[in-house]
Design a binder for this molecule. Sequence first.
Ligand SMILES: Cc1cc2nc3c(=O)[nH]c(=O)nc-3n(C[C@H](O)[C@H](O)[C@H](O)COP(=O)(O)O)c2cc1C
Length: 334
Amino acid sequence: MSFAGPAAGGLFLALAPMDGITCAVYREVITSADATPCGIDLCVTEFVRVTANAVPESVLRRDLPELATGGRTRAGVPVAVQLLGGKPEPMAGTAARLVSLGALAIDLNFGCPAKTVNNHDGGASLLRTPCRVEAVVRAVRDAVPPAIPVSAKIRLGWDSAEHVAELARAAEQGGASWLTIHARTRVQQYAPPVDWVAIGRARRAVAMPVVANGDLCTTDDVVRCAEQSGCTAFMIGRAAMGDPRLFARLRGAAAPAFDGAWMRALLHRYVETLRASGTTEHASLGRLKQWLRLGAPMHAPMLAAFDRVKTAARLADALALLDGWEAAAAERAA
Ligand SMILES: Cc1cc2nc3c(=O)[nH]c(=O)nc-3n(C[C@H](O)[C@H](O)[C@H](O)COP(=O)(O)O)c2cc1C
């Protein structure tokens, strides 16, 4: 079954790609976290780096185990595979290989701000030359069947939002199915403020759907972003760590923003699934801390949890420390 992606006008919610976080285990756990549907329309993988040659099948199967389950998580949520690179040919070859293996959608990363990536011609460095964004999108678009969406993810620009509409048009001319915009420039990295109004300028310049991204932490944020950008499609990253039920709440579910027992059970399941998939105890502890660390600035109770767990040396100790979490959160709030 193919996957259509966001249509103009309807609410669409995507889980943002986050390198080192949104691995297959995370995708599995977050999309099947509750008895009610998770509310996520699309997950995007961590970026797959494409350099001189198309990425081998073994690497793609390792990073995307969902290829074995129709390109969807076990809960049925489609997974787009994100590719990062500046060379059209190997990007196209990798995309074609992915689709032949069963991938449902391809996303192209033009937003990564990491120096190592940018110095090697990848991620946000292409934002300085919109024609290169267009060329990569076109090569990938031409390499996969029309029914497979090819989306692009950009920032507002390299050091200003001045050319965001031009960048959006470049992606559209290359044949992008939709465009996700993280409302910061590359120079900003992750510093405030986000500029959702600039996303609106890009949205009005193109006919394809535009997905708004950046600091969407609460339902109120999404309402304000919709007002400022005119978007009805949103991508949420770090807030999914602090409040995984934000997606469901945006769809009207009555789930609370914080429920210590629920969150604790989810984190236990995450760690169990990591361990069952062969992740070492040490690496699983690191992943648990990473989840809490990223959720912390987004959500006060997560900050309390991170403070308790951050110095734990053993996985069992960290999990035990989650037990006193609600009291610690209440103490902080008082
Ligand atoms: C740790 C981390 C890793 C990220 N990795 C990726 C990535 O692999 N690909 C990508 O397009 N964006 C990546 N991003 C950016 C996010 O997808 C998103 O655009 C950004 O975090 C803003 O959204 P948020 O405020 O909802 O988190 C990453 C962000 C973080 C914090």
